[in-house]
Design a protein around this ligand. Structure first.
Ligand code: AMP
Length: 182
């Protein structure tokens, strides 16, 4: 497994991890869902997580939040950095002209979209989501950013599931995760 750089001290990691609930067999059998709603509901924890993600990268022009929990974290990270936030959404949700990328799921495919005018040329983009699993969603999002002429400066997530190869798949980009689970 690729080396994971720690961005929080042990106390901070434990205080955040205590607010993540493992829910077996959700949304389907065999998935251990990492529920971050207790963490989002705790003001100190939310601030700690948002500030840590914002601190990890410099010279960001725009934050991309991936639907839908990436919106919840991406917007305050953008606010902390003093930049704008743009949504990458599931197919059919954005009203104007979009760029689309398909990616493989365990069963079938999924599609993400972004407005074609979301980025200026060469802008440095920070992609934010709650959980990095296989990396398929983040890789498709990075592809959209690059196709529209911007650059992926980093990918920041609250939780990384280290056994699923996401970091390896995203090896071209700096990936920051606050909590890691096997
Ligand atoms: P992936 O594309 O496999 O990296 O999956 C990442 C996306 O799926 C993120 O948007 C997560 O919100 C969601 N996700 C994947 N696995 C989990 C999990 N075990 N618990 C919560 N969310 C997950």
């Amino acid at each position: 497994m690729a080396e994971v750089e720690r961005v929080l001290d042990q106390n901070a990691i434990e205080s955040l991890a205590a607010l993540v609930r493992d829910v077996p067999d959700f949304p389907q059998d065999g998935i251990l869902f990492r529920d971050i709603t207790p963490l989002l509901g705790d003001g100190a924890a939310l601030r700690l997580a948002v500030d840590a993600l914002a601190r990890a990268y410099a010279d960001i022009d725009v934050v991309v939040g991936i639907e839908s929990r990436g919106f919840i974290l991406g917007a305050p990270v953008a606010y902390a950095l003093g930049v704008g936030m743009t949504p990458v959404r599931k197919l059919g949700r954005l009203p104007r002209e979009t760029e689309r990328a398909d990616y493989e799921l365990e069963y079938g495919t999924n599609t993400v979209e972004v407005h074609t005018d979301a980025f200026g040329p060469g802008q440095r983009v920070l992609i934010v989501d709650d959980v990095l699993a296989t990396g398929g969603t983040a890789a498709a999002t990075a592809e959209l950013v690059e196709r529209l002429g911007a650059a992926v400066a980093g990918i920041g997530v609250l939780i990384e599931l280290t056994g699923l190869g996401g970091r390896e798949r995203l090896a071209r980009y700096p990936v920051t995760s606050l909590l890691q689970y096997e």
